[in-house]
Design a protein around this ligand. Structure first.
Ligand code: KG4
Ligand code: ZN
Length: 332
């Protein structure tokens, strides 16, 4: 079996995969309640909690599945990008298990794992355009195989999820902002509050969300509004930009297949808007189911398993990394 570990941020995830690559079981511990009073994630608290939770969670996973640690034949962990203190907890445990059991250590990239999470439920043929929209990242990729990822556009400032979180904070709503804004937006009129669509005129496949957050701040200061309408107007602006840029990538690269992944891919309105556009243009569209959009170890295990098969191993000197490492592809 393969053991997979995810500790890149405030979620502790562990997963078991069978030797033929099937997800057996996964567990997730979320720290959301702990960070709630601070209105966002406090990195030092996140890493200390990871340290407290991870090993007991691994033991629980093994117990629940009547598995001895000696049955683990490979161990995969998220090595980055993410909060370095949190990452180090998962990476260190994976290294210790690999060293003690003399089994392969596999370094998984968190962003690549998000982009492939959809394979937990469906086999899709490559290549596809991957839109990764999470709390830490917003980027468009050309994904050519389980090991070939090229960035074709990315955010110049805030990530889409970060914009949801910051707007929620401006409105006095709890962290994380995405789910609560989405819920309020359902009761709002998306045309009542018009906000800018950053970089929509720009020919690049890059994004920018910090101006949108400032526009929300100015709107709050200068207008009276229903919070539901403001949430709907904001969500619609984010959706417009994400849909437009992704389908521009489809056109430019002539790849009529899209995967949307990451925490923001859980957004109902976003899924609906992408489905409508895909239907109208004859493009295939895929999303992971909700539990695999946000951080989890199942997606880490899926990619870890592929790397295991390819003997793509890390060694004990391989370091965790906080920032994303991208292979860029210039587009016309
Ligand atoms: O992928 P993820 O769990 O963690 C990172 O790798 O960042 O994404 C978390 C982000 C948060 O910013 C959260 O507000 C956003 O995903 N999110 C959503 C929704 N659910 C989570 N954003 C919009 N709508 C949602 N339903
Ligand atoms: Zn993530």
């Amino acid at each position: 079996m393969l053991l997979a570990i995810e500790t890149s941020c405030d979620e502790t995830g562990v997963a078991l995969f069978s030797e033929d690559g099937k997800l057996i079981s996964h567990l997730l511990y979320s720290q959301v309640a702990i960070h709630l009073p601070f209105g966002g994630i406090v990195p030092e608290i996140a890493s200390r909690k990871q340290l407290e939770v991870l090993y007991p969670l691994v033991k629980e996973l093994l117990t629940q599945n009547h598995t001895e640690i000696s049955q683990i034949k490979a161990v995969a962990a998220t090595f980055g990008p993410g909060l370095i203190g949190s990452l180090l907890v998962g990476v260190s445990l994976a290294k210790a298990i690999s060293f003690a059991l003399k089994i392969p250590l596999i370094a998984v990239d968190h962003l690549q794992a998000h982009l492939l999470a959809v394979f937990l439920e469906k086999e899709i043929e490559f290549p596809f355009i991957g839109l990764l929209v999470s709390g830490g990242h917003t980027a468009l990729f050309l994904v050519k195989s389980f090991s070939e990822f090229y960035v074709i556009g990315h955010t110049k400032d805030d990530a889409a999820g970060e914009a949801f979180d910051k707007v929620a904070k401006l409105l006095g709503l709890p962290y994380p902002g995405g789910p609560i804004i989405s819920k309020l937006a359902e009761k709002g009129d998306p045309t009542a509050v018009y906000l800018p669509r950053p970089l929509l005129e720009d020919k690049s496949l890059d994004f920018s969300f910090s101006g949108l957050k400032t526009a929300v701040l100015n709107y709050i200061k200068n207008h009276s509004y229903r919070v539901e309408d403001l949430c709907a107007g904001f969500e619609e602006a984010v959706c417009d930009v994400l849909v437009y840029k992704t389908f521009r990538a489809v056109e430019v690269l002539k790849v009529p297949k899209v995967v949307v992944a990451g925490g923001v891919a859980a957004n109902k309105r976003l899924r609906q808007r992408f489905r409508e556009k895909a239907f109208n243009t004859g493009v295939e569209i895929y999303f992971p189911s909700l539990e695999f959009c946000t951080d989890n170890a199942a997606m880490v295990g899926l990619l870890g398993y592929k790397q295991w098969q390819e003997k793509n191993y890390a060694d004990l000197n391989t370091e965790a990394y906080a920032r994303a490492v991208f292979k860029k592809l210039s587009i016309p």
